[in-house]
Design a protein. Sequence first.
Length: 238
Amino acid sequence: MTARAGLLVVGHVDERARHIAGDYPELFSALLAPVGIEVVPYAADSGQLPTSLDECDGWLCSPSRHSVYDDEPWIKDVEDLLRDAIARERPFVGICFGHQLLAQALGGRVERAAVGWGVGVESYDVIDRLPFMTPPATQCALIASHEDQVVDVPPQARVFAASEHCPVAGLAVSDRIWTVQGHPEFVPELADYLLSLRVELIGAERVRAARATLTQPTNSEVVAHWIAATVSPQRDMT
């Protein structure tokens, strides 16, 4: 049985790079179709939100080139939706911007990271084993692409993944509500192309170092299974 995951689309892949693997709906579909998840996109950044959280089995929040503290009216609307999902204990997974937005929605703080951009393949230590982690892992390598970070953890959440560069790389509110800073949906070709477009923004040396990491293996398939275990109502996480 295929489960349905509603994808709150709050940003878009740079138009110049979409020829590689599409926009976020296509990227998440490619990631999750092999583990039995159908992705249903909602254009949240254009005001399209579900009328009911029961429309899908669970929910995802996409990355975005916006910051969660930007003055965009739809950000508050999505925050309200996330708080409602938590209150109703609806399955939810936030990715990059979605990770930061959940933290902000619950009273945490997000800001421009003093250490600068996190780009390229980054390995996170899994410091708390949670029921959705099937298969389990002690480390999780994902492609990173972010300038902001969660700096204050909200009281309702606990950190389950961390690295030296990103101490709050994964947050869990419950067994079926969690977030991660890295990008399981990114493919190396996309990350490489985006980095080539952002040399002036990020800096030539950091871009060079990040592009050199993109031949390293990632754990995107593992995270896809974690998402499936979270969203699929028929999957037992005990």
